[in-house]
Design a protein around this ligand. Structure first.
Ligand SMILES: Nc1ncnc2c1ncn2[C@@H]1O[C@H](COP(=O)(O)OP(=O)(O)OP(=O)(O)O)[C@@H](O)[C@H]1O
Ligand SMILES: [Mg+2]
Length: 597
């Protein structure tokens, strides 16, 4: 007799459960997604013991009739899809028909549910996949599912669970993100009886961001709304002031589904390139809308991975949407806009969501590097009720901060430490870092010319012999194409030198030999076919060629510098993400002089 057997349904379910249900946060995600699919406008989640002891999810959605209440727990039982072709047009979050079966296989589940049109509801109890009760009951319309003793019958899984507080943090993380995906739904999370999160559900994404991340976040958002033929990119990105040391404050939806995508992450990184300090990541809440058949969501049981029909097209859609939003939204940073993480000692009490790594970052494949936990806790909004009438509203935005174009109206008032140019503009004192400003101008010009293949060279009156070490000479000859693309013209001249005939135009004023050596210096880590390393070389060249702090600029030079600054794409940070201009409002000075209190 053959040795191959079909597994019984219970065993099969509990194996499948391993893929769908990993921890309390994954249970919560599945249950909330079901509530969203059922059209709920209010979803209340309560957890005890980090969700290991108990999770309950209550919604005011469509509910189920008596028959469906039982069928829902069957493997591959779904009301959301019937044929494989439906996968091309999935409009619901669920479609695999295995979440409830999986959850019920590894816990004790009680479901009570009622459809609006039926006077009585149904209760179903299942323990470790075994049906204990299926009976009529009185209950409000909608659905309530209580999951107790997660993994009580699978000790091998149970032991991988983390401390309660860590699990609670993961739950709060996933609910926060779902609330951002569905701003029209009010989400409320209680942990051991205390409210952790409450979103208004008033269909305003900014209000949801306020409820999840707090006031500082909403005060530093730039709206994104870009579209090309196929992809629409909407949502918000944060100004550099709220960039963090991890990706924990990055959230992405594709057609309303919470997912992760390396393509989108790199497009955002690229759009923020040179705007953020090293190892800082932008705050983002982005939703990509595209035809359903251009994105495959059925890549992994937890449905957090997606495959796009064309990664390049998605990259450029996101990149250009975020880039143009930033161009419109960046401004001269004031006192509270410094790119700093809150000091852990003075930050609000850490919420459970500060645990690392987040459910979102962790599930299911480690396609993103794990980082430090974000020091940007989920905000507790205690006073909010479920309906939108008493919803927490975002703070009214303050007056619009000045932009670099406004420098035209600024009055130069002097120079400080031979390093900063001082300007008066309305009720602000502006300080421009002359080195950072010049560095940015040179960088952008070199980059533009390089990318457009229109290097502007300035021929030298007399060619110049520049001596190099043999290693530098080799590097220069190897990178001749790149250097020519920048505007250098040279030939090797003997074993240890080159004949330099031209340097790029922005070097006017800089000694040509030094200009050439600056570029050669940056060749060390150049990989000519890697655009990022070419930009890195341009950083080096720009940095070395720029006026230094303590170089004395005369008035005409200072004016020319400010004029140039107004003409470039991103005048607010140097290529390393440090600020070029800062703003000190008059009231800051008046406070210090005690003219106002
Ligand atoms: N809160 C709810 N309100 C109404 N119906 C629900 C609810 N939760 C589950 N259901 C019903 O139970 C079915 C099974 O749910 P389950 O989560 O197991 O599968 P699914 O959502 O169809 O697919 P997936 O496994 O991808 O989540 C759903 O298709 C839906 O008809
Ligand atoms: Mg589901």
């Amino acid at each position: 007799m053959g040795r191959i057997r079909f597994l019984d349904e219970l065993t099969a379910n509990s194996i499948a459960a391993g893929e769908v249900v990993e921890r309390p946060a994954s249970v919560v995600k599945e249950l909330c997604e079901n509530s969203v699919d059922a059209g709920a406008s209010v979803i209340v989640v309560e957890i005890r013991g980090g969700g290991i002891t108990e999770i309950s999810v209550t919604d005011n959605g469509a509910g189920m009739d008596d028959e469906d209440a039982l069928a829902a727990f069957g493997r591959h039982a779904t009301s959301k899809m019937t044929r494989i072709d439906d996968l091309d047009s999935i409009g619901t979050l669920g479609f695999r028909g295995e979440a409830l079966a999986s959850i019920a296989a590894v816990s004790r589940v009680a479901l009570t549910t009622r459809r609006i049109e039926t006077p009585t509801g149904t209760v179903v109890r299942i323990e470790g996949g075994r049906l204990l009760l299926h009976a009529p009951t009185g209950c409000p319309e909608g659905t309530r599912i209580v999951v107790e003793g997660l993994f009580y019958n699978t000790p091998a899984r149970y032991k991988f669970l983390k401390k309660d507080a860590t699990e609670a943090g993961q739950v709060s993380d996933v609910i926060g993100r779902m609330a951002l995906a569905c701003p029209g739904i009010s989400f409320r999370l209680l942990s051991n009886g205390a409210e952790v999160l409450h979103t208004p559900g008033n269909n305003d994404l900014k209000s949801a961001i306020f409820a999840v991340y707090g006031r500082e976040a909403v005060e530093n958002l730039v709206e994104v709304d870009g579209r090309d033929d196929v992809v629409r990119t909407t949502g918000y990105v944060g100004l550099p002031a709220i960039a963090r040391k991890s990706r924990q404050t990055q959230t992405l939806f594709v057609n309303g589904r919470l997912v992760r995508s390396r393509t989108v992450t790199s497009a955002v990184d690229r759009a923020f390139e040179t705007l953020l300090m090293k190892d800082r990541y932008a705050f983002t809440v982005l939703n990509l809308t595209m035809p359903q058949n251009l994105v495959d969501v059925n890549v992994h049981p937890q449905k957090m991975e997606v495959r796009f029909w064309n990664d390049g097209a998605v990259f450029s859609a996101v990149h250009s949407a975020v880039r143009s939003a930033l161009q419109a939204g960046l401004h001269i940073p004031g006192p509270s806009d410094a790119q700093e993480s809150p000091d852990p000692a003075s930050a609000p009490a850490p919420s459970p969501s500060a645990a690392k790594p987040s459910f979102y970052e962790q599930v299911p494949l480690a396609t993103l590097p794990f980082r430090e936990p974000a020091a940007f806790p989920v905000q507790t909004v205690r006073s909010a009720a479920a309906d939108s009438s008493t919803a927490p509203a975002p703070a009214p935005s303050a007056s619009i901060p000045p932009r670099v174009d406004d420098l035209r109206d600024a009055r130069p008032v002097g120079k400080l430490f031979n390093t900063y140019l001082l300007l008066e503009l309305g009720d602000d004192l502006l300080l421009v870092d002359q080195h950072a400003a010049h560095e940015r101008i040179l960088y952008e010009r070199l980059l533009q010319r390089f990318e457009r293949h229109v290097a502007l060279s300035q021929p030298l009156l007399a060619p110049l012999v520049v001596e190099l070490s043999p290693a530098d000479l080799n590097a220069a000859v190897d990178a001749a194409e790149v250097l020519k693309g920048l505007g250098y013209d040279f030939d090797s001249f003997g074993p240890r030198s080159v004949m330099l005939r031209a340097v790029p135009v922005p070097y006017r004023g800089m000694e040509p030999r030094a200009a050439f050596l600056a570029a050669v210096d940056g060749l060390e880590s150049l990989a000519p076919s890697d655009p990022e390393s070419i930009r890195e070389l341009l950083h080096t060249v720009a940095c070395k060629a720029a006026v230094k702090a303590h170089d004395t600029l005369d008035d005409a030079e200072a004016e020319a510098l400010l004029e140039d600054l107004r003409g470039i794409e991103n005048p607010y940070t140097c290529p390393h993400g440090r600020p070029v201009i800062i703003r000190i409002p008059k009231y800051e000075l008046e406070k210090r002089f005690k003219r106002i209190v």
